[in-house]
Design a protein around this ligand. Structure first.
Ligand SMILES: [Zn+2]
Length: 244
């Protein structure tokens, strides 16, 4: 198990939905941002299925989730761009059209490290997470070579490392501390529209405090599990690909 990349000058985290980045690598991004890394977000879908309310005003939900994603980025200390590709939630594809867009943003933002969903995680149900994972990997391949999408008129860009979160076979851990764990939780709770459906916190319930504590415990337990893989108290685990 490898521990800790050198802090990159810039990082781009690519996700299917608003909140995926915070779950997958929020503490790592908070650690790097505090050390001067410029952290960017790229969210592939519009998040328009992210509610249990059949009567929800969906355009309003999309706008709210974009605001929440920007607030979450600030909570991590991220100072880079927050980009939305806007594909309909639940209908993301990983075809050439979407790959073109991801390669474009990698070339434009020139991240030293790219992070994204592991597309090879077995028995993963949500198709958007699979497709966003393949777009991350395929986008890196297209961005690094000059003959892919030359009409983009941007220099090709080869990141130094690719970190896949939710990894099927983790081989790398980023150690984090209490401060980063706190920032990850604050960023997750910035996604207020997801409190009930994803974090199981109903603020209108008398049980809200207990539910919030239970959510914090789940997130911290996961950080402890991942850290234990590399013998550190808290961490986030990844599959690292460094020969790009
Ligand atoms: Zn998601």
């Amino acid at each position: 198990m490898e521990l800790d990349l050198p802090t990159p000058a810039s990082a781009l985290a690519i996700a299917a939905h608003p909140d995926d980045v915070e779950f997958g690598c929020g503490a790592t991004l908070a650690k790097w941002a505090a050390a001067g890394c410029v952290v960017h977000h790229l969210v592939c879908t519009d998040g328009s299925k992210g509610t249990w309310d059949p009567a929800q005003d969906l355009p309003a939900l999309v706008a709210q989730r974009q605001d929440e994603q920007r607030a979450a980025a600030r909570a991590l200390g991220a100072t880079g761009e927050v980009v939305f590709l806007g594909w309909p939630d639940g209908e993301l594809d990983s075809a050439v059209r979407q790959r073109w867009q991801v390669a474009y943003w990698i070339r434009r933002l020139t991240p030293e490290v790219v992070l994204g969903h592991d597309p090879w995680k077995r028995y993963r149900l949500h198709p958007d997470h699979r497709h966003a994972g393949f777009l991350t990997v395929d986008g890196v391949v297209a961005a690094r070579d000059p003959h892919f999408f030359p009409e983009q008129s941007l220099p090709h860009h080869r990141p130094a490392a690719l970190l896949l979160f939710e990894a099927d076979e983790p081989d790398h851990v980023e150690a984090v501390g209490e401060a980063e764990a706190g920032r990850k939780l604050a960023a997750l709770e910035s996604h207020r529209s997801q409190l009930v459906s994803t974090m199981f916190v109903d603020e209108s319930s008398p049980e809200a405090e207990r539910q919030r504590d239970a959510f914090h415990t789940r997130v911290r337990d996961r950080l402890a599990e991942h850290g234990a893989l590399a013998g550190v108290p808290l961490g986030e685990a990844f599959k690292a690909i460094t020969e790009l």
